[in-house]
Write a new protein. Structure first.
Length: 381
């Protein structure tokens, strides 16, 4: 993008009191960001108020520094891009949402070729969920994403801890593409724990943000980025979510955008399953395997008419049934989180023996220890 054009877009985005709705109104009236700032005060007053005209004729104090920061960032590598409303590289899917972002910053392998990115986004699915998932929930997210990635489906999520991180990781384990929509500037990584994951995503997919470089992790920005996650995707899969969570915001936005919403059911006793159960009651599709989602959206592997691969045995019960016959403790544990006292009542085992067997199963990856002294059986994966 030409520096003068970039300067005009940054000025429009950074001008206080000019939101996306007003900016789109101005762009419709004058055709380009540069043209807006070439208008007289009288002309601007015809579109908005006297106050708006005064604001637009006053350059934001941080504009020059932000322009230089952005130019330096763009020149630091060929894997980065800034796209704006009206650009060929701007994702067409976002033009159909209620509040499309004015500017998008893109970083990663998919940002290099706009045509390739467009094809990937057209064949993408969002996976979202709790930042504090159960071990089984995190495993489910990873396995579903791996199946989608293996089928050539791009996985979109938000780089958050928990389900988001597992979804990005799973897609890449399946040799697929993944897009992380973040709530900070792209010169920052939040949470810091995902620094390595962000670098991997940049090498194999793309990170996207509507926020200017240098933007810190402000609480208000994360709900806003959710509309982009759902907007880019053909559908949204919620793996685990509490009743009050950002994942349900993403699901609601997806439904409002006319997109399909999917949810994985869980234990009726788990707080992390209540959000998914609420979505299912409201009409979300209940899914048990990745194939359920792919068939509903009529998504096939990229460049192939072959059937997409099924996820690993984490999503089947055949091996679990065999395991129950072999290990009575796993059969007694079931799939709900259970306390030591409850297990002791079911099995009649002395406490030391029960603890020793649970430790062995935990080391074998068959049981997870949860907060509050609870234990949860893990499906084979």
């Amino acid at each position: 993008m030409d520096p003068h054009e970039l300067n005009a877009w940054l000025r429009l985005a950074l001008t206080p009191g000019v939101g996306n709705t007003t900016a789109r109104k101005l762009l419709t009236a004058f055709g380009s960001a540069q043209a807006i700032f070439e208008q007289s005060s009288a002309t601007l007053q015809k579109i908005g108020s006297d106050k708006l005209a005064r604001i637009l004729q006053s350059e934001p104090p941080l504009l020059a520094a932000q322009l230089q920061t952005t130019l330096d960032w763009l020149q630091a590598g060929d894997d980065r891009r800034v796209t704006v409303l009206g650009d060929a590289a701007y994702p067409a899917e976002l033009l159909n949402i209620e509040d499309p972002p004015l500017m998008l910053y893109m970083l990663g392998a998919l940002a290099v070729h706009a045509e390739s990115a467009t094809k990937k986004i057209a064949n993408s699915l969002a996976i979202v969920g709790s930042r504090n998932p159960t071990p089984q929930g995190e495993s489910n997210a990873r396995q579903f994403a791996k199946a989608f990635g293996s089928a050539g489906i791009c996985v979109v999520s938000g780089l958050a801890l928990g389900i988001d991180g597992a979804a990005h990781d799973g897609a890449m384990l399946g040799d697929g593409d993944t897009i992380a929509v973040v709530g900070t500037g792209l010169d920052r990584v939040y949470p810091k724990k995902h620094l390595d994951l962000a670098h991997r995503i940049a090498r194999q997919g793309m990170l996207i943000s509507e926020f200017a470089l240098g933007t810190p992790p402000l609480t208000a920005n994360f709900p806003r980025r959710n509309r982009i996650i759902s907007g880019l995707s053909r559908g949204t899969l919620v793996v685990e979510a509490a009743l009050q969570s950002g994942s349900l915001i993403t699901a609601r936005l997806a439904a409002e955008q006319g997109k399909e919403v999917f949810a994985i059911p869980g234990s009726i006793h788990s707080p992390q399953s209540r959000g998914c159960h609420a979505l299912i009651k409201q009409g979300a599709k209940l899914v048990e395997v990745a194939q359920d989602v792919l068939e509903e959206l009529k998504l096939m592997p990229t460049g192939s008419s072959a059937e997409p691969p099924e996820p690993d045995d984490a999503q089947t019960e055949e091996d679990d049934a065999a395991t129950e016959d072999e290990d009575p403790l796993l059969a007694a544990l079931g799939f709900d989180a259970s306390s030591l006292d409850a297990l002791q009542a079911r099995t009649g085992l002395p406490t030391p023996h029960l603890q020793a067997q649970l430790l062995t199963l935990e080391l074998d990856g068959k049981v997870a220890r949860l907060p509050g002294g609870l234990f949860q059986r893990l499906a084979a994966g």
